[in-house]
Design a protein. Structure first.
Length: 70
């Protein structure tokens, strides 16, 4: 189950989420571009994510959704 979901249609790859992740799990991927041409954020290890939501709170475009495990 994904804990951090990035809505690529909203993400512009600004990197603010990368700077606030306490576990350093968020990176701007360089493999493919979004429909708008941006490299987007991605979580490198969903299992290590603690769902702190710092990335979602700082995102100016509301592109990140955090879910907590049941």
């Amino acid at each position: 189950m994904e804990k951090m979901l990035v809505r690529s249609e909203r993400c512009k790859g600004c990197g603010l989420c990368v700077s606030v992740c306490p576990k350093k799990l968020v990176v701007i991927q360089k493999e493919k571009r979004s429909e708008k041409g941006y490299f987007t954020a991605v979580c490198t290890d969903q299992d290590a994510c603690v769902s702190c939501a710092m990335c979602a709170m700082i995102c100016p475009d509301c592109a990140i959704i955090i879910s907590k495990e049941d």
